[in-house]
Ligand binder design. Structure first.
Ligand SMILES: Nc1ncnc2c1ncn2[C@@H]1O[C@H](COP(=O)(O)OP(=O)(O)OP(=O)(O)O)[C@@H](O)[C@H]1O
Length: 266
């Protein structure tokens, strides 16, 4: 079989919104298989726009996106991409049960009538188990905490069995325990060979669990192995004057009691 090394290849992508604002200009980076990549940048730097470009939700004014060497449409059709959106992009008042949200991950595997088969129910159950949400399966999605909601959408991605997994801010508003649980799960998925892209503000956790980093600010400033990219100089370029100090657990830069958190003064 033809071996594809990159789960995702973003080539010279630019996105200009209808109002004329160019959110991303000439961005390029790749995501190898079996890797976790952090997508890091300040608010408004274009992280969500990049995700939307990869999902085909916005049209590119320049460049191409390839997913396992396929064009976006074909990759989406082949169920290769699982997307965990930002919580703000989800309508939490929509009356739907937890198990039905996770079942949505199976739609791409069903025929047009969307009749769930045994395998679909099994995958939903397995996914709920993996994120520790089995006992909540009959709850309305709106009746969950922020961290629980995140886990349900992660379960949806698991049930979908995508090879490229995109997570937009999965750690916002979750406690440390849930954060650790999500990271552990992502590491397992990496071991299974998946390509994972995680947008995050939590710089402190990046060196610990993301082998690669893409730094963005309206374009890709730097990308590669985290140990090469996570330099004070690069981070200052990404965060500008807003980065007064950052904290890496156990490093010389340690300036804070809570080694896991980064202080970004605005
Ligand atoms: N639909 C849209 N139309 C016009 N401009 C937009 C649209 N969506 C986003 N933008 C602008 O594009 C820029 C990038 O936004 P984007 O949401 O990609 O940033 P982000 O890095 O995800 O930010 P955050 O960390 O705050 O979520 C911002 O200046 C934003 O105002």
């Amino acid at each position: 079989m033809h071996h594809v090394e990159n789960g995702l290849s973003v080539n010279d992508v630019s996105v200009t919104y209808k109002n004329g604002h160019t959110a991303i200009k000439n961005a390029s980076f790749v995501l190898p298989t079996s890797s976790i990549t952090a997508l890091v940048g300040v608010n408004g730097s274009g992280k969500s726009t990049l995700f939307k470009s990869i999902m085909g939700f916005v049209s590119l004014s320049n460049g191409t996106v390839e997913i396992f060497d396929m064009p976006i449409k074909q990759a989406l059709k082949s169920n290769l991409v699982a997307y965990v959106p930002q919580s703000e992009d989800i309508d939490w008042d929509f009356p739907i049960l937890v198990e039905d949200v996770v079942m949505m991950g199976r739609y791409g595997h069903m025929n047009m009538l969307r009749m769930a088969k045994k395998i679909d129910h099994d995958e939903v159950s397995k996914a709920l188990d993996r994120v520790g949400m089995q006992s909540y399966r009959h709850r309305q999605i709106g009746e969950l905490s922020g961290g629980q909601k995140k886990r349900v959408f992660l379960a949806r991605a698991l049930a979908q069995k995508g090879q490229l997994i995109l997570l937009d801010e999965p750690f916002t508003g979750v406690d440390v325990q849930t954060e650790d649980q999500i990271m552990l799960l992502l590491k397992e998925l990496k071991e299974e060979g998946k390509s994972i892209l995680v947008a995050t503000h939590n710089l402190g956790s990046v060196p610990e669990f993301c082998d690669r980093t893409v730094l963005v600010n309206r374009t890709v400033l730097a990308s590669g192995m985290t140990r090469d990219i996570f330099t004070q100089e690069n981070l200052e370029r990404a965060f500008g004057g807003m980065l007064r100090h950052f904290v890496l657990g156990g490093s010389d830069l340690h300036e804070d009691d809570d080694a896991r958190k980064v202080t970004v003064l605005t």
